[in-house]
Ligand binder design. Structure first.
Ligand code: UD1
Ligand code: UDP
Length: 364
């Protein structure tokens, strides 16, 4: 059984790392194919270093020069088809909802190679998001659907996907957090570097297309940042940096440190000691639940409703008055803060990669 593990972006490298480790541990024949969707050192190589992953066996270069959805996805399909035709893996594993995921699933399924979708069944019910389209299409051409939770499995069943193909595994991000937090505590010097006091700052991230490519929503996010009273750190995604420059917005609040994207060990440690998080990231909605940190999601919906039901996450949108009021409310209400911090972890116990390997290798 030869397995191709596909990655392309920062969250895929992080969330596939426990799966790659598990395949290595079991001596399973596999290789890693990187599409190059993310290519800057601090969005890509830094994660291979932090997570001590082997270099990808195949490295494509389809990120920097392909800026539209179709060109990026199409070019990846073409390149991966060629590799799969020469190399014929028995199964291809993709993770999440990026263009890399859809392209990997299409190229493999068209060659009748089995596709395993890690993090299957998430739905925001918002088809304006490229990620939602990628999720739906990938799920419907996959042979193994590794749903992180029961609600994600229910979404798949409701869409008529055969129950036999679906396995609830938990999310591999739990494995990644548990495998790396102690290492981060030992190795990272991020507090010294940033001069922050543990427990007394916010972590902010925003990069989603629906937020930063819409000047009106971006302007609102800038207003939120410019009004933050709590010290905050914002490791800025390159997409956001580019849009801010193009739209001529600037963040002039000395409370908010804008820094380059961080490696996983620094970021995980920073996240683990934060008072609260403001984000539009999918991964952060999960990691805040796992790390017991209150999360405010700067979106109108979420494909991670389990975090909202558990109480670790509140979807607040981007209206500055609403978001700032929510932050203030949390800061002044110990009971609410404890409730958010005490929310149940809803993404499993850190053995998702083991369950995925068992299934794909036929050991279940
Ligand atoms: C992609 C995913 C998104 C995911 C995010 C994780 C799709 C449709 N979107 O969005 O779901 O949340 O990755 O971070 O697949 N850039 C760089 N260096 C890099 C990467 C990007 O400078 O290493 C800049 C480039 O200007 C690029 C832009 O960011 O054009 C957008 O990158 P892209 O990979 O197309 O989308 P993301 O916004 O990163
Ligand atoms: N992350 C990181 N450094 C940063 C920002 C985020 O290591 O500066 C990690 C974060 O811990 C999470 C993942 O990147 O595991 C989330 O990626 P991103 O927000 O880019 O994508 P999304 O999850 O929204 O698809």
């Amino acid at each position: 059984m030869k397995i191709a593990v596909i990655v392309g972006t920062r969250p895929e490298i992080i969330k596939m790392s426990p799966v790659i480790r598990e395949l290595e541990k079991r001596g399973a024949e596999h290789y890693v194919l990187h599409t190059g969707q993310h290519y800057s050192y601090n969005m890509d190589k830094l994660f291979f270093e932090d997570l001590e992953l082997p270099q990808p066996d195949y490295k494509l270069d389809i990120g920097e020069n392909y800026h539209t959805q179709g060109a990026q996805t199409g070019e990846m399909i073409k390149a991966m088809e060629k590799i799969f035709m020469d190399d014929r893996p028995d199964a291809v594993l993709v993770e999440g909802d990026t263009n890399t995921v859809l392209a990997g699933a299409i190229s493999a399924s068209k060659l009748h190679i089995k596709v395993g979708h890690v993090e299957a069944g998430l739905r925001s019910w918002d088809r304006n998001m490229p990620e939602e389209l990628n999720r739906i299409m990938t799920d419907h051409i996959s042979d193994y659907l590794f749903a992180p939770t029961e609600p994600s499995m229910d979404n798949l069943l409701r869409e008529g996907i055969d129950e036999e193909k679906i396995f609830i595994t938990g999310n591999t991000v739990v494995d990644a957090v548990y495998q790396n937090l102690e290492i981060a505590r030992r190795k990272s010097k991020i507090f010294e570097k940033l001069g922050l006091t543990k427990g007394d700052y916010a972590v902010i991230t925003a990069h989603r297309q629906e937020n930063v490519d819409d000047p009106k929503r971006l302007e609102k996010i800038v207003r939120i940042l410019n009004c933050m009273e709590l010290p905050a750190v914002f490791p800025m995604h390159p997409r956001t940096k580019k849009r801010l420059a193009e739209d001529g917005y600037s963040i002039e609040n000395p409370n908010v440190k804008i820094i380059e994207p961080l490696g996983y060990l620094d970021f995980l440690l920073l996240l683990s000691e934060a008072r609260l998080v403001l984000t539009d990231s999918g991964g952060l909605q999960e990691e805040t639940n796992i790390l017991h940190v209150p999360c405010f999601t700067l979106r109108e919906n979420t494909e991670r409703p389990e975090t909202v039901a558990a109480g670790s996450n509140i979807v607040v949108g981007v209206e500055p008055d609403v978001v700032l009021m929510k932050v203030k409310e949390l800061m002044g209400n110990k009971e609410l803060e404890e409730k958010m911090r005490g929310a149940e972890v809803v993404f499993g116990g850190g053995d998702a990669s083991k369950k995925i390997a068992d299934n794909i290798l036929g050991n279940r």
